[in-house]
Write a protein that binds this ligand. Sequence first.
Ligand code: DGJ
Length: 753
Amino acid sequence: MNIFVHEKTKTFHLQNDEISYIMTVLPNGHMGQLYFGKKLHDREDFSYLLEGFIRNGESGEYCAEEQEGRHAGYPLDCVCGASMERLRLEYPSCWGGDFRQYALEILQDNGSRLTDFAFSGYELLPGKPRLAGLPATYTEEDGEAQTLVLKLRDETAKLELTLLYTIFAKDGIIARSANIKNTGKRTVYLERALSLCLDLPDMDYEMVQFSGTWTRERHPKVRRLEQGLQGIESIRGSSSHHQNPFLLLRRPDATEMSGEVMGFSLVYSGNFMAQVQVDTYDASRVLLGIHPDGFSWKLSEGENFQTPEAVIVWSDKGQNGMSQAFHRLYQRRLCRGYWRDKARPILLNNWEATYFDFNEEKLLKIARKAKENGVELFVLDDGWFGKRRDDYAGLGDWVPAKELLPEGIAGLSRKIEEMGMMFGLWFEPEMVNPDSDLYRAHPDWVLSVPERKETLYRHQLVLDFSRKDVVDYIFDSMAKIFRESRISYVKWDYNRYFSECFSRALPADQQGEVFHRYILGLYDLYERLTSEFPHILFESCASGGGRFDPGLLYYAPQTWTSDNTDCVGRLQIQYGTSFVYPVSSMGSHVSAVPNHQVRRVASIATRANVAAFGTYGYELDLNKLTGEEQEEMGRYTEFMKKHRELLQFGTFYRLKSPFEGNETAWMVVSEDKKEAIVGYYKVLSEPNKGFDRLKLAGLREDVLYEVSGKGTHYGDELMNLGIITSGDMAFRTGDGYSGRGDFDSVLYFLKAE
Ligand code: DGJ
C-alpha cells in the first residue's frame, strides 16, 4: 500500500496490491479523477488520461499551449477550454457548467449556489482518522491503511473543503468522506453534501441494487446502465427495508467467481441517495450520500459539516470477491467491541412464542426448556414495561410492569442467570405511544408539525432524537435498567418511518437539519450506551431488516435480518444481505411451523440449516414440540456450538442463487482452508431429476477433503467437477430413492485429510 504524490504534475496515486486510485489537480484547481481500477504501475505523469475535449466540437490536446488564455465558456471551465462537463471530477458542485448531477450545493447569503473549490494543499496520514460523531471504518495499527487529506478552498465564499481518501493495505478498498467548513463571517446553507462522487469513463456495467419491503428485504434487482439517471434512495428517515444504502456495478461478463465488480456502500442509517448518471458521452458518474431532499444545514462562522463515510470495494474476483472484502472490513474494522470477534450466543427470543401474552411464570417455563436444549441466552421481547399489553400503549415508559414481572427485570434477569443462561431485553428507544406517561409529560418531544395532525403508524410517534434532552432522558431510562439488572444483550427495535420531520427545538431555517441531527442523536445514544456497557451485545432491528446498514453495525455487530422467519423466504433475504454484510451480522432464528408469516411447514432440518448461516437462535416455545422434535433441535444447538466459529467468521461464498431457480447453495471455508461447510437447499421436490452437481469454491486444489457422505475428493474435483448431489434431495421413482419432499436441504462438511 502506498500513496504516491507527484508534486510536479500534482498527481495523487493511491495504490495497493489490488487497486489504483489516481487523481490530479486540474488547471482550474479542481480535483480531477484519472483512474480507478486494477493496480497500475506508478508514474509521474498520467495526464494523457485527461480527455478534456473542447466543448464546441473542436478536439485537441488537453490544455495545449496554444489554447492557454482562451476564454472559459462556463464559470468553472478550465482556462485551457476543457469543459467541466467533459471532465471526470472528484467532488463536483452545481452551477459551474458541469451539467451532470453534483456532490455539493451551498446556498450563500447573496442567493448564489456557485462555489469554486481550488486545491490548496494536502496531507498524508498513517492509518485512518475517526469521523467525529459518525460511525466509520477504522484501523488498529497505522500500517493497516493510509489516508490522503486533500484541502480545497473557495476564496470568494471563504469556505474550506476537505476530502478524505483512505486506502487499506488489504483488498481493493477506498473509504471516502468530505468536510465543509465555513471560515468566513457570513452564514451559508449546505443544500447537498454527498460522501462520494466517482466518474468512470464508460457505461459498460450492470447495476445491482437490493430492494424489498417488510418481510422481503434485500432482493437483488439488476439493470443495464443506460444514459440518464438510475438509482435508489430512502427519504423515510432511515436506510429502510425498501432500498439498502449500497450499489453494485459489474461488467456484464462478471459472475460470482470472476470478473470486475465494484461495490459502493454508505456507512449511514438515515436518508440516502445512490445514483449512477450516464451522460451523453457514455461516461458514468456514481454518487452516494445523504439524500439532499429535505436536507439543508446551516453553517455559521467557524462551523463545519462532516459527511458520512462511503466505502468503495473493487474486485476482479467477481461478486464473491467483492463481498468477501466487505465482510472482512465490516466484520473486523467497522464492528467494534467485546463481541466483535466472538462466536455469538445461541438465543431464544419469546416474540413468536408468546407475542404480548406472557407473565413471569410463562417466561420461566419457556426459558427452562430452552436451557435444557442448550440455549445460552434468553431474550425477552416487546411488552415488559409500562402499560404495554399490546402495541397501543406504553412505548417510552421503560419501567418494568410489576403485574407481569413481580420482581421487575432485575428479578427476572437474576432468575435466568441462575438457570445458567444470559439474559437479553427488547427496547424501542426512539419511539413513543401517545398513550404513555412520557408523551403526556412531553408532547413536544416528538417529531410533528405545530397545528397539524400527528400521524400514527403502529399507534406510535417518533421521538425527536435531534434534541439532546430527549436523548439524555432515554439514555437515563435505559442505563437505569442496565445498571440494576443483569443484561447481556439488547434487541434495539425501530418500528416506523418518519412523516412530519419537524423539531420544536429548532428555528425555521434549521428544520432541514432534523433528519440528520436525528441520526446523530441515535449514534450518540448508541455510543454512550456501548461505552458504559461494553459487554452488552446489541442487535439492531427495524421491523426486521429495515435498518440493516453499516452505520448501525459500528455499534451493534448483529442485525435482525427480517421479520420473515420462514426458511424459504430467508434463503432469498440472507442471500441478498450477504452481498455486503457478513454472516456474523445476520440475526437468524428457527421458528415454529406453520410459519407465522407464510404458514409454510418446513422440516426442523431445513429451518436450522438456513438459520445456521447467521447468528442462530430460536423464536418459539420448545415446550410445544414433541420430545423427538426437542431432541432434534437440541442436536442443532450442539451442532451450532461446534461449528459457529466457522459458520459466522469463515470465508463465505454464494454458489447458487435462490433468484435463479429452485436451488440455493452457499458455503463457508476456514481461513486455513482445512474445513468447510456447504449449505444446499431445494425449494420444491422434483421427480426423476437428471444429473446434479454442485461446484464448490475456495478450497485448495491439491488437498484431499473428506466430504460427509461423499467419500474423499481433491479440492480440484470439488471445485471443477463438483459434488454429485443427485439423489441427495431429488425424488426419484422406481430406483430406491424416496425423496424427502419440498423445502429440503442438506449440509456437507469438508475436512482436509
Ligand atoms: C418488530 C420486530 O422485528 C419483531 O421481532 C418484534 O420485536 C416486534 N417488533 C415487537 O414489537
